[in-house]
Design a protein around this ligand. Structure first.
Ligand code: C2E
Ligand code: MG
Ligand code: MG
Length: 624
């Protein structure tokens, strides 16, 4: 075979494979044509025979047992090679076919018409076969050609069905991927192009529109947008309808981003200004640059989609793909997925405990349980990274259930060992919307035989403010069970004083951002003093978070703050370390209290230092 023949054959096979017809189940649409062929020729055998690399595979067949025969020596293979009608009146008289297995099987007559695509590739033959020699009239040949054309129409229609979006009439994502691969074959590997993705509306806008308008609104939006995008893209640029409300196109080679982006912005602005939907939707455009040789169509599409999503918040509503943003997004997505596995794993999650100190007595009177995650491949992941992801997902309920059960089991063990502490744990906004939260807390307490007042639930101010009415109702239900409640990170949210006043909370925890750096910020000291006084006036006990220094503790003491939590006393500790810390540091608070004279807090200077041996023992047990 010459090189050009080989190339021709490779292209032909590629065209055949693209149609995804080989080895598919029988289909009545084809069988109907095959039966008609057998009847019109009054012959026992007819087939739609596709020429694969080394076999003739029958998409449809009448009077044949096999689904395929070897290509070598098969007349249909000849038809595919030559792309012309082949008639063999008597195989036994034919020089070429006389000794073929087909002739040996008793077949004498063959007529086949080529199955040719619009691009001119011959896929195989529509053929009829007989066991007697036979002549063929011109009318019969014309008929066979017509039947072959009907088969091709059927093949191409089926193919188009999976390639064209019925609403917009534009090629869909499958076609985008296929054309992308073609481009990779045809174009130089180092050619640079831009994938452009137009997102018609934000998910919120779609949801609002779906609620307010008829379902046909979406269809109208797509049809309208398809028209303007096509008009803006011009006749030479193929526009793809890649997702329900997204369109994509590939730039020409060698366009400069610096020129291209302003042109895109201008086009979009114009399109929107004339669109009848301009008041309901906010289209955005994402651009992903890529190298033709190394890119992969689906990834490029995803990158352009990400950029279009980022563009929603940009002034021009056009954004270029950023690998860094994408990396972060993917990390967050993977972490969330992996956290679901962590929840059912045996050893990835654990709780650490940070002491809470009564400032007046210096005694440790409580502990906050804090979640820790050791990811199997990424190592320790901080709650600051994974908790916000969980809180936005459906995993918040399972996470809190896990923490509640572990923490209460620990509380039971401590109480059995004679350690009396109030145990706090953190609850997410989503937990407050679970109608059975209070019941589940009570059930868990009963299971471990614990009184409700030994448990405190910390809820951030912002969690309450997400849905104040529902959250307050749940807090009241929880308070009714006897469990204590604390408002966490106080001062960072936007809660109004009227809410604070109505909140059935026992404790307010002033956020560490107000406490860190307090030692030399007089205005902040004034603020904290007011927060303490106000919270206490409303009947709450006040805890300062993030106490790292003795002078800050002295200030808090003078300001009348009730409790302190922070690295000055201990970092969050592993269970055993917490036990040791409690034993070794008893009376520690007295030392601090004694070493810090009550004085004007604006003259903060001397640091309260714990006894050296205790400081060393704390350092040994601190857990990150
Ligand atoms: P949070 O509830 O306000 O917990 C206090 C955070 O401050 C903890 O961070 C603690 O390690 C840190 N911290 C304590 N003392 C000091 C100090 O003196 N200086 C400084 N710089 N930091 C201090 P962590 O453990 O990283 O937790 C961060 C946040 O993650 C928590 O803030 C809480 O909102 C959330 N979180 C942790 N565990 C859980 C959990 O089990 N469930 C839920 N829903 N959230 C949790
Ligand atoms: Mg907390
Ligand atoms: Mg806090």
């Amino acid at each position: 075979m010459t090189i050009s023949c080989q190339l021709h054959e490779a292209r032909r096979l590629e065209a055949l494979n693209k149609l995804n017809l080989l080895d598919t189940p029988p289909s009545e649409a084809f069988d109907r044509i095959t039966r008609m062929a057998a009847r019109l020729f009054n012959l026992p055998i007819a087939a739609v025979s596709l020429t694969d690399a080394d076999r003739q595979w029958f998409k449809s067949r009448v009077g044949v047992e096999h689904t395929s025969i070897p290509r070598q020596g098969a007349p249909c293979g000849e038809v595919a090679d030559g792309s012309h009608i082949l008639v063999v009146p008597d195989l036994l008289q034919d020089e070429f076919f006389r000794d073929t297995p087909l002739a040996a099987s008793g077949i004498r007559y063959y007529a086949g018409a080529p199955l040719t695509t619009v691009d001119g590739h011959c896929l195989g033959a529509m053929c009829v076969l007989g066991t007697e020699p036979r002549e063929t009239t011109q009318a019969e040949l014309d008929m066979l050609s017509d039947l072959a054309a009907m088969v091709m129409a059927q093949i191409e229609m089926q193919h188009a069905l999976g390639r064209i979006d019925p609403l917009s009439g534009l090629p869909n994502r499958n076609q985008f991927i296929e054309d992308f691969q073609d481009m990779q074959r045809d174009r130089p590997a180092d050619e640079q192009r831009l994938a452009v993705l137009i997102n018609l509306a934000t998910p919120d806008q779609l949801a609002h529109a779906a609620r307010a308008l008829n379902p046909s609104f979406l269809d109208e939006m797509v049809v309208d947008a398809a028209a303007w995008i096509r008009a803006e893209a011009g006749a030479r640029r193929k526009v793809y309808h890649v997702a329900a409300n997204q369109f994509a196109l590939i730039s020409e080679a060698g366009v400069e981003m610096a020129d291209y982006l302003p042109a895109l912005e201008e086009k979009m602005e114009h399109a929107i200004s004339v669109s009848k939907l301009r008041f309901v939707i906010t289209p955005s455009i994402g651009v992903a640059p890529f190298d033709v040789g190394t890119a992969d169509g689906l990834s490029v599409l995803r990158q352009a989609q990400n950029a279009a999503h980022d563009a929603i918040d940009s002034a021009t509503r056009v954004a270029v793909y950023s690998a860094m943003e994408d990396g972060l997004y993917r990390r967050r997505f993977n972490l969330l997925n992996d956290f679901a596995a962590a929840l059912i794993s045996r050893d990835q999650l654990r709780l650490v405990y940070q002491p809470r100190i009564d400032i007046a007595s210096g005694e440790c009177i409580g502990a906050e349980a804090l979640l820790r995650w050791n990811h199997p491949t990424l190592g320790p992941i901080g709650p600051g990274e994974f908790i916000p992801l969980i809180e936005r997902s459906g995993l918040a309920q399972a996470t809190t259930a896990w923490v509640l059960s572990r923490a209460l089991r620990q509380q039971q063990a401590w109480r059995a060992a004679g350690l009396r502490l109030q145990l706090s744990l953190n609850v997410s906004a989503a937990n407050l919307l679970e109608p059975d939260l209070a019941d589940r807390v009570v059930a868990e307490l009963e299971q471990y035989g614990l009184p409700p007042e030994c448990l405190e639930l910390e809820i951030t101010e912002s969690a309450i403010m997400e849905q104040p009415a529902k959250a307050t109702a749940m807090l009241e239900a929880l308070a009714g069970t006897g469990v204590h409640l604390a408002i966490d990170d106080f001062g960072t949210g936007y809660s109004s004083l009227s809410y604070l006043q109505r909140m059935p909370a026992n404790v307010v925890k002033i956020d560490q951002s107000f406490i860190l750096g307090l030692e030399d910020d007089y205005r902040q000291q004034g603020l904290v003093r007011t927060m303490i006084a106000m919270s206490q006036d409303l009947g709450h006990r006040v805890v300062a978070e993030g106490v790292e220094r003795g002078d800050v503790l002295a200030f808090l003491r003078s300001a009348g703050c009730d409790e302190a939590q922070g690295y000055l006393f201990a970092r969050p500790l592993e269970v055993e370390a917490f036990g040791i810390w409690c034993r070794e540091s008893s009376g520690w608070g007295d030392a601090v209290a004694a070493s810090v004279p009550r004085r004007d807090p604006r003259a903060l200077c001397s640091l309260a230092r714990p006894k050296a041996s205790l400081a060393a023992s704390r350092r040994r047990h601190q857990a990150r």
